[in-house]
Design a binder for this molecule. Structure first.
Ligand code: ADP
Length: 548
């Protein structure tokens, strides 16, 4: 016997409709490319998203067509999220930090019909368009007619103006109802190994992710909250914030392309931001700015840090120096992205060191996600906090196949998706990533966690950023090499730095060499590019004679 409850499709347009009806006057604030501030509300934004849906129809966009975006976080990007998905087309966010070659590959692979882009990306668009094989019909620049830059595109690709299209369209569009399993948005992994691959989210997966994300154990946003998503909307749906905030009636403060510490601090204070989310590199930049300028954050209470491992030193610094709680999250493009979350809890009797150690782990599976660790043969490994294995997940918002691939081809026979991360899980379910499987250092047959070594380096007072990579070694196969960037105006005493490892890790974990660099390379998603560093320093020990 089935239950007798209504069954309504879980559709993305319902989020912005709800926001317009119940939180209609809540702010959506955008810092634009020229540094000026634009203000609108959910009521106005929903009306413009309907107008956009009409404009898309006039361009000939139909259900299931892919429509690409190449844009910073702003109200227009939010309109695109809702207008495109809401009409039944697929909102394909493209990462502008990728090379023209990768952008062209992604646009071709997705067969995008239109590309909506910020005016700051004309050079990238021209370079990518020259390599396209013919699906793209037009590029729509996100500006007014008077602001249109010149853009030279191959024959057959029109150049259009967003606000001109909007002016010509009506708001009389009614959000349609369709199967909740319909594709809603598409996001390619940044292809650190091989070509980028597309995760194709459905309306249902996005809605379920949004509800879980807004539970009290996770983002827990509420009306009256003011959230600043630092994580770009071109990176895994902005970690779900463009859906989570309107669903709860929390205000959105969008930083555009201004992501340096000084710009973020001034926007956070001016707009009374209470909550934000982004990768560790951004928060290290903000922390450095706060320390050197003496500026305080007057309203920020919580920061979600994820995308790569959050150093415990960062959690401690924000807590002790600024009274801000850091909440560590783990996820990936293929998990929409949230998989685990380390919700702050007090454990009676726990000392400060143990508490920090616990908070620095990637946390517990969010309700709706099942996870485990397994060996290379796929056998489940124990949850004892020390045995490490391949992290696997399954759940309502986990990818089953990449775009264009055979159904379920990304999962094993039991439905597990293997993440490419190596992790431990404690008996009570607190997961810790020790490495990406391709970053693991194998020395004399033993695994060394690069993340743990990096965390210790970043906790030293003169170190701004650190990475540990495997270098080839004739005897041990691989040995760790530590690459560090000093804090502004500081010099690094390498002997003292290596001394910091004594007693904290087994002796054979201590890096064989330290290299001081002016900066570390970062990927298109703002993470330290281990791939570049691994290539660069692969032969470091042999070349410098340090391998004995
Ligand atoms: P990419 O970085 O390749 O663009 P993703 O954003 O999907 O793509 O990256 C997902 C990966 O980022 C995870 O598999 C994991 O290796 C890493 N990651 C994400 N969050 C964390 C975290 N909190 N700690 C450690 N690693 C993380």
């Amino acid at each position: 016997m089935f239950g007798l409850m209504q069954e309504r499709p879980l559709l993305i347009a319902s989020i912005i409709q709800h926001a317009a009806r119940h939180h209609g006057s809540t702010d959506v604030v955008s810092r634009l490319l020229d540094g000026s501030t634009h203000r609108t509300t959910y009521r106005q934004l929903e009306a413009r998203a309907r107008r956009l849906a009409r404009a898309l129809q006039r361009l000939g966009v139909r259900m299931e067509d892919r429509v690409a975006t190449l844009a910073w976080n702003s109200f227009r990007h939010l309109e695109l999220y809702y207008g495109i998905s809401g009409m039944g087309a697929v909102c394909h966010t493209v990462n502008p930090r990728l090379s023209a070659d990768d952008v062209a590959y992604i646009l071709d692979h997705a067969q995008d019909r239109f590309l909506f882009a910020d005016t700051s990306f004309t050079a990238l668009i021209e370079a990518a368009a020259a390599k396209l094989s013919g699906h793209l019909r037009g590029v729509v620049l996100l500006c007014h007619a008077a602001e249109m830059p010149s853009l030279a595109l191959p024959a057959g690709i029109e150049v259009l103006c967003y606000e001109t299209l909007m002016d010509a369209a009506d708001e009389d569009f009614a959000w349609p109802s369709f199967d909740e399993r319909t594709a809603a948005s598409l996001c390619y992994t940044s292809g650190t190994t091989g070509r980028p691959k597309g995760a194709l989210y459905s309306h249902r997966s996005v809605l379920l992710h949004t509800m879980a994300q807004n539970s009290a154990a996770v983002f827990g946003l509420r009306p009256g909250d003011r959230m600043l998503p630092v994580v770009p909307m071109f990176h895994v749906n902005g970690w779900g914030s463009p859906y989570a905030a309107p669903a709860m009636g929390a205000a959105m403060i969008m930083p555009g392309r201004h992501l340096d510490g000084a710009s973020l601090a001034s926007l956070m204070n001016a707009e009374r931001v209470v909550f934000s989310a982004g990768v560790p590199t951004v928060w290290l930049g903000l922390l450095q700015h706060l320390r050197s300028s003496g500026e305080r954050l007057h309203t920020v209470r919580r920061l979600v840090i994820g995308g790569s491992a959050c150093p415990p030193a960062l959690i401690e610094a924000f807590d002790k120096e600024y009274g801000i709680t850091v909440e560590h999250a783990w996820g990936m493009t293929e998990t929409s992205p949230l998989g685990t979350f380390n919700t702050p809890v007090e454990v009676p009797g726990e000392d400060a060191t143990a508490a920090l150690r616990r908070k620095a782990k990637q946390g517990h599976a969010i309700f709706g996600i099942d996870m485990r660790i397994a060996d290379d043969m796929g056998h489940e490994l124990p949850w004892d906090g020390t045995t490490s294995g391949n992290l696997q997940v399954r759940g309502h918002w986990v990818c089953s196949a990449y775009f264009g691939d055979a159904p379920d081809s990304a999962n094993d026979a039991e439905g597990w998706f293997t993440c490419g991360d190596v992790a431990t899980i404690t008996s009570d379910g607190n997961m810790e990533i020790t490495d990406r499987s391709k970053d693991v250092i194998k020395s004399g047959g033993e695994w060394i966690s690069s993340i743990l070594l990096e965390n210790i380096a970043v906790a030293q007072p003169d170190v701004a950023e650190a990475a540990v990579v495997a270098a080839a070694h004739p005897k041990w196969d691989e040995r760790p090499v530590l690459l560090v960037v000093p804090r502004q105006g500081k010099t690094i005493d390498t002997a003292a730095l290596l001394g910091a490892y004594r007693g904290k890790v087994p002796n054979y974990w201590v890096p064989d060499a330290v290299v001081v660099l002016d900066e570390l390379p970062h990927t298109a998603t703002g993470k330290i590019s281990k791939l570049t560093l691994r290539k660069q320093f692969r032969n470091h020990l042999v070349a410098t004679g340090a391998a004995g």
